[in-house]
Design a protein around this ligand. Structure first.
Ligand code: PLP
Length: 435
């Protein structure tokens, strides 16, 4: 209660802004994920790793646009290229342009893709990846992970962080929840449970076009794959003639140079990319093997979009790709790993019921002593402390992502000193919790 009182006292401008915005925008926001109670903080500008809110407060940004701002806010190389595109190139031709081809060639190399197409959002990329899988396999059903989020596309709105009461009978810890949507049937399986997936594929495999999953689940804080799990998923898909779609909207460059699939060494048939590749501009892509992407070449599926590959966004994409060298990403990852280790020390010293989880440039504190391997484990973590931890940070000038299912990102703009602030924050919070 004290922390919420402090929050409202420190952020009157955000409260007023939300009241005004709610008259024109549902909930006063432009995406429902931007909303939290009593109101979200409204930001006026950002630079590097910092935000300024409408009350003039400076905040260390550890959300970084849900990970999209990997190169940092107003990255000078991105700004320079975008300014050049605006002043000298133009913003939309709806014709092929050399920049788009160059970016596609870079992604072929970086992400190990034979072919790809650009879109504007992760949601759109997922929709087209599922469409491509359906066109290629001539099957309709898909399998997704229980609790997993993949954007707003209808077929993937099944079992998105459901209440456990709605998720299936209590006696079945990992129930299948078939759900008929217009486009076909969606089966839901728990993450990290290979026998369960194998069973569903044995029963329904002949109807299943694709298994869709984040290789590392970054919509349930961070849930890492068990050793061998993704290779097992790959083999099970192959046995069923089902395609494997890795949703790398959140992992992508934040997992390392070639994304999580390259890092883990399991190759999907199709990948979706968004967020980190665009430097904050609306860029996403879907791509994969030449054999599967042939469905776009020969017209078995349609893919359109007025703004796809426009020169403005492509200029930003090329700059991001240049900036995200192995060395730059490794330096940020080193800072992240050091931070995770030091927070682990704090957790151990203060005997807190928590542990850290990290992947590449991302990290989180999960408020449970035991490992979190799937959605049900995640739901059993202590959300009360997680919320307090988030609020504690905001009140002290550190903004971690508002959803408790998110994680922090160490961008290329964060310094060791910035991350020292996060360690300090967890130390203070831990001491307060220990009383
Ligand atoms: N897939 C995953 C894993 C995501 O986390 C998100 C967004 O957070 C999406 C897809 C949808 O991306 P977008 O918001 O760009 O539509």
């Amino acid at each position: 209660v004290q922390e919420w009182e402090r929050f409202t006292k420190d952020t009157p401008g955000s409260g007023e802004h939300n009241a005004r915005a709610s008259k024109s925008l549902p909930l006063g926001v432009t995406s429902s994920f931007q909303h939290w109670e009593p109101y979200p903080i409204s930001i006026t500008s950002a630079r590097g790793a910092h935000l300024t809110d409408v009350d003039g407060r400076q905040l260390l940004d550890l959300s970084m646009g849900f990970g999209a701002m990997l190169v940092g806010h107003l990255n000078p190389v991105v700004v320079e290229r975008v300014q050049h595109a605006l002043a000298e190139v133009g913003t939309l031709f709806v014709t092929p342009s050399p920049t788009a081809t160059r970016v596609a060639e870079r992604y072929q190399e970086r992400f190990g893709l034979d072919m790809l197409r650009f879109t504007q959002s992760g949601t759109e990329s997922l929709m087209y990846a599922v469409r491509a899988a359906r066109a290629y396999t001539e099957r309709k059903a898909i399998i997704k992970i229980e609790g997993g989020y993949h954007g707003g596309y209808d077929a993937l709105q099944v079992s998105v962080k459901p209440d456990l009461a709605d998720a299936g009978p209590a006696e079945a810890p990992t129930p299948e929840v078939p759900f008929d949507v217009e486009a076909g049937t969606v089966h839901v399986v728990p993450y990290n449970d290979l026998p369960y997936l194998q069973r569903i594929l044995e029963q329904h495999g002949r109807q299943v076009a694709a298994v869709v999953m984040e290789p590392v689940v970054e919509n349930l804080a961070i849930v890492l794959p068990d050793e061998g799990y993704l290779a097992g998923v790959r083999a099970a898909c192959d046995a069923a003639g089902t395609l494997l779609i890795f949703d790398e909207v959140k992992t992508g460059l934040t997992a390392g140079y070639g994304g999580a699939s390259q890092r883990i060494g399991v190759k999907p048939d199709l990948v979706t990319l968004a967020k980190s590749i665009g430097g904050g501009l609306p860029l996403a892509a879907f791509g994969g093997t030449a054999e599967v992407m042939q469905v776009v070449v020969d017209g078995r599926m349609a893919h359109f979009g007025t703004y796809n590959g426009n020169p403005l966004v492509m200029a930003a994409a090329e700059a991001v790709d240049e900036v995200c060298t192995h060395e730059a990403l490794q330096a940020a990852e080193d800072i992240n790993l050091g931070t995770l280790g030091r927070i682990d020390d704090v957790i151990r010293e203060l005997e807190l019921p928590a542990h850290t989880v990290g992947m590449g440039l991302k990290g989180c504190v999960t408020w449970s002593s035991g490992p979190v391997r799937n959605y049900r484990d995640y739901k059993a973590t202590d959300f009360g402390v997680a919320e307090l931890s988030w609020l504690w940070g905001v009140n002290r000038g550190v903004l971690t992502p508002p959803g408790l299912d998110e994680q922090w990102l160490v961008s290329l703009a964060h310094t060791q000193a910035d991350m020292d602030g996060l360690v300090e924050q967890y130390t203070e919070l831990g001491r307060a919790l220990r009383g």
